[in-house]
Design a protein around this ligand. Sequence first.
Ligand SMILES: Nc1nc2c(c(=O)[nH]1)N[C@H]1C(S)=C(S)[C@@H](COP(=O)(O)OP(=O)(O)OC[C@H]3O[C@@H](n4cnc5c(=O)[nH]c(N)nc54)[C@H](O)[C@@H]3O)O[C@H]1N2
Ligand SMILES: Nc1nc2c(c(=O)[nH]1)N[C@H]1C(S)=C(S)[C@@H](COP(=O)(O)OP(=O)(O)OC[C@H]3O[C@@H](n4cnc5c(=O)[nH]c(N)nc54)[C@H](O)[C@@H]3O)O[C@H]1N2
Ligand code: SF4
Ligand SMILES: [Mo]
Length: 685
Amino acid sequence: MAATDTVPSPVTRVKGACPHDCPDTCALDVHVRDGIAIKVLGAAAHAPTAGVLCTKVARYTERTYHPDRLLHPMRRIGTKGEGRFERISWDTAIAAIAGRLKPMAAENPERILPYSYAGTMGLVQGDSMSMRFFHQIGASFLDRTICASAGTAGHELTLGRRVGMDMEMADQAKLIIFWGSNAITSSVHFWARAQEAKRRGATLVAIDPYRSLTAEKCHSHIALLPGTDSALALGLMHVLIRDGLIDRDYVADHTLGFEALSERAGAYPPQRVASICGITAAEIESLAQLYGTTRPALIRANYGMQRARGGGMATRNIACLPALIGAFRDAAGGLLLATGGNFDIDRQALERPDLLTGRVPRTINMSTIGHALLDEAAPVDALIVYNSNPVAVAPDSARVVRGFSREDLFTVVLEHFQTDTADYADILLPATTQLEHLDVIKPYGHYYMMANNPAIAPLGESKPNTEIFRLLAKAMGLTDPCFSDSDETIAQSAVAKDWDFNAVRAAGWKRVGSPKDVARFADGGFDTPSGKVEFFSSRARALGVDPLPDYIAPQEDTRSEAASRYPLAMISPPARNFLNSSFVNVRSLRAAEGEPWLDIHPDDAAKRGIVAGNYVRVFNDRGSVELRARITDRARRGVVVGLSVWWKKLARDGKNANELTNSDTLTDLGRAPIFYDCLVQVAAL
Ligand SMILES: Nc1nc2c(c(=O)[nH]1)N[C@H]1C(S)=C(S)[C@@H](COP(=O)(O)OP(=O)(O)OC[C@H]3O[C@@H](n4cnc5c(=O)[nH]c(N)nc54)[C@H](O)[C@@H]3O)O[C@H]1N2
Ligand SMILES: Nc1nc2c(c(=O)[nH]1)N[C@H]1C(S)=C(S)[C@@H](COP(=O)(O)OP(=O)(O)OC[C@H]3O[C@@H](n4cnc5c(=O)[nH]c(N)nc54)[C@H](O)[C@@H]3O)O[C@H]1N2
Ligand code: SF4
Ligand SMILES: [Mo]
């Protein structure tokens, strides 16, 4: 029977911002009725969002109110990894953690290690109160390298900080090259602009070993072998210089080392590059002609090309190209890797490194966490994980699991869900989601600082990360007044130099940096030591790497000897309906991805007697995983693709692609993992 005479409660609308590790950082318009979030929409007035969300966050209420949300603190009662817990109170949980950490902090605080990444990109719920806590006790530093540090370092050497072009101008480009970027998946709002450019006559090109959703919609697709991008960039330089397609004035005024670069590029004629990259010389010639003759020309690079051994160099080389042809003269041209360098955040205020009072703890690289946890010479005795799911996302997973399984390791996990990592926790603490807490977000794909207002009360007994670290600080007897700062105070301190957080909070966002139609680097002004684009980099030489662009072969090269046993190059790039390992447990999104697939070329499948839809074993010396074969020429010959990152426990064999990835070798720059530099063999099951 309808309750005809009760008036429905009014809907209030709350201004939020998507917290996920995605370049688009959308403005959210959260609809709340009777204290319940009923809808999450994209804000129409925020230009990059333009009223649209991706499929994942359009289902945010499904994730927030998921029946599996962690709602109260728990203590492990099963073995590590088994995932059996019992409910405890917050008082008991905090006392148990402080009881373990206090003696360690007194004796050797470096044995305590934080492990966090970008589960939320919020500056408040990310690394503010947490870092203050770890700084005060003197815990080990974590080198946060798992995603972008190779590309960041490569970009820095050539161009300085990442102040990428403004995505709002992309619809005016006449050529867009998606380089290691599957924009339909990983930055759908940029893709919308690119489609508009296409309608206006622009040419779209993809450089990607895989015919991704994006590559299939581009006019042309260069399917190079993984990890060979640095050579392709040199091949393009070769043709541009040989054929006089360069902007001599721009090069003369705003670059350093052109003569040396010309000589180096001279050693990379198209025929040589074609054989390195496994493509044709004609593909290189024609892309160079197009790039050298089209304005505005834009390279949308994402991080796909920097997950191989030479990933730093690859990014460095790609960053040289717009300078050679003067593409930086156009606001719609140039390069977009990321825009984070556009923002000035007060990290000192957020993280309070002064609390270290001169101590310099050791640094542990998150990308080699398995090695660190198993290192008996320099032990880690306690691990506090928040905003990350290392058991699923870190490379060389079998080793990571061995580390997390150590009986003597005390592990605390702050989470929304019982992830693969949470299964190894001694104490598991329920954290709030973006709908339940306050934050301010620095984006990396557009020019707006974003504010997030809480829309609903915390579910169950969940608490914001900040509050959890406040409680821990108190229980550990840390008395600095900064441990009492409210989330509002922290948010304000991050941006205090420039503006009032409350004003941004009311508006939802604030544009920062140059106006939309200004080509930021038309007259140079790069943030390198010389202020120019550094084709020749003395800083690179000081780091012990080649001061000029060069080719660095993958660690696990398809032409190396190891390829006789493991002949296929495997990449595991993001699946559209997941965000790293987030959302894998949301049923509708998991259903959209289906299963953990392995895309394999028909010829490679036929050689191995693999039948479509059958399960196959994918293996190398590090491990093996069972995936379901999808026979498709989306994967080029010699390359197999497993879209990622699945929760292990939701896969039939309890494993994912990171069983195969490497943590013994890091990238040339930035100490990052080489996720897409990974040889495997595949066998029918
Ligand atoms: N839906 C969704 N969006 C995401 C994510 C997600 O998991 N899902 N992840 C987010 C995160 S954390 C990040 S860092 C960003 C960016 O994440 P990226 O890792 O840059 O991901 P993509 O934009 O999907 O682009 C990667 C593309 O590079 C290709 N690729 C792999 N190896 C190579 C190579 O050696 N050379 C070249 N040229 N291409 C290669 C892959 O096939 C893939 O199509 O995306 C973010 N957005
Ligand atoms: N094989 C393979 N592996 C990869 C990649 C790949 O392409 N292939 N991509 C790599 C890349 S680019 C990245 S960035 C990493 C990403 O790895 P992670 O940063 O670990 O990202 P997620 O897997 O999304 O896990 C984030 C976790 O944080 C939790 N979380 C979110 N918000 C909050 C909060 O406010 N508080 C607390 N306490 N928890 C929160 C979420 O529930 C989620 O479980 O993975 C890497 N791993
Ligand atoms: S994940 Fe990316 S595209 Fe989706 S809502 Fe968040 S910022 Fe927007
Ligand atoms: Mo990432």
